[in-house]
Design a protein around this ligand. Structure first.
Ligand code: FUL
Length: 496
């Protein structure tokens, strides 16, 4: 005869169903998420990890970084533009989506807008019948890369700029064009720059209406600016996030293009008490400039430098947004191609399939969710840390803030990177951790040698440690905002 009883325990975590005398299914409730939480579109963006950026326009042909807006459209004339090459290079580099300057500060539109004469339609390129956004979005959709747009609010060409609502109306109409005609958009990039100077024009942007329009036309797109609403600038243009990097931020005091933000440190590191989920994006150019300059052909970052930045962005709970200054032919220069493909080889050899020395390893934990109810289940066990499945996680009982996991290792295999990850759909929880290995005579004394101490984890935390071999690696969660949860502990050795 089947009996069913539901026991609600004091902690409220265990649901015990007796399906028969010998069968017992224990369902332990997952940890309650801690606010603020990422939206579905923010989660999807974070999982991309690595995105591309393209700066291309009149500046490419005039050797400028900030055009004045009076450059004749005739200067824009790429000789061999091939967006499929851009997409191929980015895919080879492991990039998942690309954002292009639809319009930079000079106001020139890389698509044949109906709203201004200052566009590709007035240029000699393809006799005025070209459309860079069309070529790139088609290549992206064919090649399986997501497509995004940068539309500069600062516009040095449009006569309405600085007049208030009439320019805001123009800007919204531009947004409508670029967001309606090129398929799904994954990211809209709102630049904060304005170099008008003391006597320059002052435009008061109606950002709430811009944001509402993006949500209406492309509900899955994330919006970037200095302070979101979906993704924040990381406070530098060098491509790295802080060792501490919270995805939370209190936007108050910051502003898009604010000359005096409370601090760029808070953009770089986020804010544990921040009221909104606004994760960081690390934008940087593969060359010194954002736009192409022939004199920078020998100043392309090396594969090793790019690998370093990738680890300090993606490995610091942020996304890496790498810019390619497309050249005057309309191609990514071979020096840039070689550098980024070399970076991907380093990533693959270090972190690719089969390189995780902890995969499938035996684990031990001081607490697993359900312990307090004397109902250990496999759902949140520490074995989830090494199962190679990002969707599963180890979690502790609700009242736990300090916990330790140990991973057994093959002591013949050296490592110099430990990679931690949290299931961020539950909010960002870990505040402090320590990584250690048994001391040389630790088997007898029980002592451990510290390899690293850190603060936040988030989506992915790559911790650089001294090259070591060990029978075990120990992760201590020293402080957390709520009971800790980790989806993965991985151990790697960097490729030479
Ligand atoms: C800055 C701009 O002023 C630069 O030209 C570039 O577009 C960079 C990504 O953002 O604010």
């Amino acid at each position: 005869m089947k009996r069913m009883s539901i026991i609600t325990l004091a902690l409220g975590v265990a649901l015990v169903m007796h399906l028969g005398t010998n069968q017992e299914v224990v369902v332990i409730a997952p940890p309650a998420p801690i606010l603020p939480l990422p939206s579905a579109r923010q989660l999807a963006w974070q999982e991309m990890e690595f995105t591309g950026f393209i700066h291309f326009g009149p500046n490419t042909f005039t050797d400028k970084e900030w055009g004045h807006g009076d450059e004749p459209a005739e200067v824009f004339d790429p000789s061999a533009l091939d967006a499929t090459q851009w997409v191929r290079v980015m895919k080879d580099a492991g990039i998942k989506g690309v954002v292009i300057t639809a319009k930079h500060h000079d106001g020139f539109c890389n698509w044949p807008t109906k709203l201004s004469a200052h566009s590709v339609a007035s240029s000699p390129w393809k006799a005025g019948r070209g459309d860079v956004l069309r070529e790139l979005s088609d290549a992206c959709h064919a090649g399986g890369l997501k497509f995004g747009v940068y539309l500069s609010p600062w516009d040095r060409n449009n006569p309405q700029y600085g007049t208030g609502e009439s320019y805001n109306e123009y800007f919204r109409a531009q947004l409508r064009e670029v967001l309606s005609n090129y398929g799904p958009i994954f990211e809209v990039w709102f630049d904060g720059a304005c170099g008008e100077g003391a006597n320059g024009k002052r435009q008061v942007y109606d950002f709430p209406s811009f944001h509402a329009l993006v949500r209406e036309l492309q509900p899955n797109a994330v919006m970037f600016s200095d302070v979101g609403p979906d993704i924040r600038w990381v406070g530098n243009e060098q491509g790295w996030a802080g060792e501490t990097c919270w995805s939370m931020l209190t936007a108050l005091g910051h502003g898009i293009g604010n000359d005096n933000p409370p601090s760029t440190k808070s953009l770089n590191e986020g804010d544990e008490a921040g009221e909104s989920w606004i994760p960081a994006e690390c934008d940087v150019s593969i060359r010194p400039g954002w736009f192409y300059h022939a004199h920078e052909d020998d100043k392309v970052k090396t594969s090793a430098q790019l690998f370093d930045l990738w680890e300090r962005s993606v490995g610091h709970n942020a996304n890496f947004h790498l810019n390619f200054p497309v050249d005057r032919r309309g191609l990514i220069h071979s020096n840039d191609v070689n550098a980024v493909v070399g970076m991907r080889a380093l990533i693959n050899r270090t972190y690719g399939e089969g390189t995780d020395l902890a995969r499938g390893a035996v684990t031990h934990a001081t607490n697993q969710r359900g312990d307090s109810a004397l109902r250990a289940t496999t759902t949140y066990s520490s074995a989830r840390l090494t199962d190679g499945d990002a969707a599963t996680y180890w979690a502790t009982d609700d009242d736990v803030r300090v916990a330790t996991v140990e991973i057994e290792l093959d002591a013949t295999k050296p490592f110099d990177r430990v990679v931690l990850a949290e299931p961020i759909k539950l909010g960002q929880r870990v505040r402090a951790f320590r990584i250690s290995i048994p001391a040389p005579n630790g088997a007898k004394t029980g002592e451990w040698t510290t390899l690293a101490e850190g603060t936040t984890v988030g989506h992915k935390r790559i911790v650089r440690v001294a090259e070591s071999t060990a029978t075990r690696v120990r992760i201590e969660i020293l402080a957390a905002r709520a009971c800790p949860a980790l989806s993965s502990v991985a151990v790697h050795k960097t490729a030479k």
